[in-house]
Design a protein around this ligand. Structure first.
Ligand code: ATP
Ligand code: MG
Length: 245
């Protein structure tokens, strides 16, 4: 999940977890790759350790009679939060000053092994996609690029999709999702979407409505996983995910 700030990446990541778990497409590993982690809040989980904490630790701590890789792997396994049908791993803060080469190399190796034991890996990214290179993903099946319902937002989404070309990662589908769309999609916005779809390699996923259910759920601090199946936003996102996953 990529897109500029505040467009709904984390919300859609939570709805994607819900979709996969309810379809039985498990096990799922959800990775919160945002420095200001909050995916856990939207799905009702609390976080104790992030990979950033572990990496920080590895910089100074010497493993007691253990290979550094094994030691780090042990901590990474402890950082995995187990929920029903899916696990959550939080990347945490970016690195501070100092050398993290060793820790990052180990992290990438461990993540690669870890990813193999899940059917789906969902990554809730930051716009810059800083963490993507760290995760050592060589292939992305579907990159959902989330946009707000604005002309500039859609242009920015196209630019973000383009950024992946600079990363050493192969992306099979790049899919535009326009989120928080008012009931009637303005014609100018529809034209802009069409233009971007024609000019870039972005596919059109669909529009997700501005949802009062999400708004209320947020106010009550309830998990989005609990939204009823007949909720408009759940149904719309299900149709989008069905098309690509
Ligand atoms: N379809 C929607 N309807 C109503 N509210 C929404 C919808 N999608 C997202 N929101 C709300 O918009 C806000 C931002 O959403 P979210 O946190 O998912 O965005 P984000 O892209 O992950 O932001 P950030 O860049 O800060 O990580 C939240 O308060 C969320 O509840
Ligand atoms: Mg977010």
């Amino acid at each position: 999940m990529a897109g500029k700030g505040g467009t709904g990446k984390t919300t859609l990541s939570a709805l994607l977890i819900k979709y996969l778990v309810e379809k039985g497409l498990t096990p799922v590993l959800a990775v919160d790759a945002d420095a200001n982690e909050n995916l856990n809040e939207l799905i009702g989980l609390s976080v104790e350790t992030s990979l950033g904490d572990i990496r920080e630790r590895m910089k100074t701590e010497t493993p007691p009679g253990m290979a550094k890789r094994d030691y780090m792997e042990m901590y990474i396994n402890r950082a995995i939060i187990e929920a029903s049908g899916f696990d959550l791993l939080v990347m945490g803060q970016p690195e501070g000053p100092g050398c993290y080469c060793m820790a990052n190399t180990i992290l990438a190796q461990v993540m690669e092994g870890l990813a193999r034991s899940y059917r789906y890996l969902i990554v809730d990214n930051e716009a810059g996609m800083e963490h993507l290179s760290r995760l050592n993903l060589r292939k992305i099946h579907t990159l959902f690029v989330v946009s707000d319902p604005s002309i500039r937002g859609i242009v920015t989404a196209a630019r973000i999709a383009d950024l992946t070309k600079a990363l050493k990662v192969e992306v099979r589908n790049k899919v535009l999702i326009v989120n928080r769309v008012p009931k009637d999609l303005p014609a100018a916005l529809e034209d802009q979407i069409q233009e971007v779809i024609q000019k870039t390699d972005l596919l059109f996923g669909g529009c997700v409505p501005a949802s009062d259910d999400i708004f209320q759920s947020e106010l009550r601090q309830e998990s989005l996983l609990k939204l009823p199946a007949n909720t408009d936003v759940v149904q719309v996102t299900k149709r989008i995910f069905d098309k690509f996953l």
